[in-house]
Design a binder for this molecule. Structure first.
Ligand code: ATP
Ligand code: MG
Length: 250
């Protein structure tokens, strides 16, 4: 399938990497032990440039969520390296990873992972509260983002009282509120109607196009392909690149 993303999978990071937001090299990950061990990532190389919106597509079970989780430092890989803004995320201690994620990353989880006892606005404000932003200010910012997503009337609702699409928008607001440099979005439009999904992907795209930022969007949604600078295809734990835009052939 297509060309490999990297010319030399075993290459170490080069000097030309100043424009890169994410560099993943030779990332492998298996789940389980012994006979039940399943290799899920089989040596993934992936770069994301600053100012890039990268779409990651591929069949269910091909490893997309696993790869995003490794890039975010939520999941330990077995082998390989991941650098974000030049920082080797896999080498950080647990607390350093948490701090790095808090300061630089936003993650829109496929399963939302909202806190069930917090209202919509409280959930969306969590990243700011963790940073020590005063409550009133944090809620005002969370409210503004939720409002921009058509959620202004549902601020005080608990997740259990929200529809799937509403929960998804709270999860998106929570990822955006901290103004992250790298946004990792796992099927962000899966539960949204066409018009809302389009508006939100436009928002994600505009964030990613800023020169000191970038976005990875995992999606099955062909309607949003137009927003990607590159579309990277993942299959059976490996990535191949579909040429698009200004990419030079490798
Ligand atoms: N914690 C886990 N323990 C065991 N197996 C897992 C675990 N997480 C994922 N897997 C397996 O790894 C494979 C890849 O899963 P992953 O969630 O990364 O796929 P995906 O590409 O995101 O799929 P989808 O499009 O359905 O979200 C699947 O076969 C899945 O069953
Ligand atoms: Mg997934």
């Amino acid at each position: 399938m297509g060309n490999a993303v990297s010319q030399n999978p075993s290459a170490t990071f080069d000097n030309e990497s100043a424009h890169l937001l994410v560099q993943a090299r030779g990332v492998t990950k298996s789940f389980g032990e012994g006979d039940t061990r399943i290799p899920v990532l089989k040596g993934v190389d992936l770069d994301v440039a600053l100012g890039e919106v990268l779409l990651l597509v591929g069949p269910s079970g091909s490893g997309k969520t696993t790869l995003l989780s490794v890039i975010a430092g939520i999941l330990e890989s077995d082998e390989g390296e991941v650098k974000i803004l030049g920082e080797s995320i896999l080498e950080l201690s647990g607390s350093e990873k948490t701090r790095f994620r808090r300061d630089h990353l936003g993650f829109i989880f496929q399963q939302y992972h909202l806190l069930p006892t917090l209202t919509a606005v409280e959930n969306a404000a969590v990243p700011l509260l963790i940073r020590g932003v005063p409550k009133q200010e944090a809620f005002a910012q969370a409210e503004a983002i939720l409002g921009s997503m058509g959620m202004g009337g549902r601020l005080a609702a608990l997740p259990s009282r929200l529809s799937g699409g509403e929960q998804q928008r709270v999860a998106i607001a929570r990822a955006l509120v901290g103004d992250p440099q790298l946004l990792l979005c796992d099927e962000p439009t899966a539960n949204l109607d066409g018009e809302t999904g389009h508006r939100i992907v436009q928002q994600l795209h505009d964030i990613g196009k800023q020169p000191d930022r970038g976005v990875i969007i995992v999606t099955h949604d062909t309607r949003i392909f137009e927003f990607g600078d590159r579309i990277v295809h993942m299959e059976d734990g490996r990535v191949d690149q579909i040429q698009q835009g200004q990419e030079e052939p490798v």
